[in-house]
Design a protein around this ligand. Sequence first.
Ligand code: FES
Length: 307
Amino acid sequence: MPTITYHHDTETPLTIEFPVGGTLLDASLTHGIPHSHACCGNARCTTCRVRVLDGGSYLAPRTAAEQKVAQEKNWPADIRLACQAKVLGDVKIKQLVLDSVAKNTSVEKCSDVMTGHERSLVVMFCDIANFTGFATQHLPYDVVYLLNRYFKEVCEPILTHQGYIDKYIGDGLMAIFGIEQRDPLENCLQAVQASLQMQTQVAELNKSVVKDFSHEFKIRIGLHYGLVIVGEIGHPSKRQLTVLGDTVNVASRIESVNKEFGTTLLISQDMMEHLENKVNLGRVVKTQLRGQSRTHVLYEITGLTNS
Ligand code: FES
């Protein structure tokens, strides 16, 4: 049976036996040897990579997926993805990504949600106009009381329309539509329906807020559809499902430019392409969003059509 010898900078080498045909990652995990594998062995990360110190010819050639990563990273021949490299004979390797988190990582914990995957979905940003002024003029308990009443009203439509509340950012919030299901039209439509209902809820809430606090909430919403990375992020004891990527930045910028155009609900061209004749439009504006090189066409949504 072939042997695999693990070399470390600080520990004495460890040698195990492993049957022909399994991967280096299989060998590590089968023998309880910590080995990072952030994409669960799908050649979508680089965390399982090893340097082959000896016996490189006793590993099966790179798979197409491994070759793609190696080309992108310009790796020399002795760097291999352990999850792709099948063992054919005796090899000596050194793991290149190994930390305390990897020591607690097991095969069973591997899942798309835990480890990150790409997905197209809708990102929503919603903010209260001029809330800072209100907060500075009122007692802290009143501010918290009112914000919680506000969030109760605006979050209900998000949840009702299959949205996921990603985070609260002061008086703002970020939500996602498309975690559960992948139909772009359905996700875009749900996000718009939620947005319109949020505006209605806030108008209703304002009746008592005006009476009790002489204040009126006005909200601004930005929606964008695009590719994001979905994953659970954070300290191992407190991780949270969230999304990352330029789609998030664009959605945030769209929400911000409502202020510039005097609008309250703007969506991107990428969303509009899925919604076609489903929405009633107000203004159509062309703008350069902050931090973005290309010009964006944005659409003000005033309602839904009957189709
Ligand atoms: S575990 Fe991600 S490439 Fe091997």
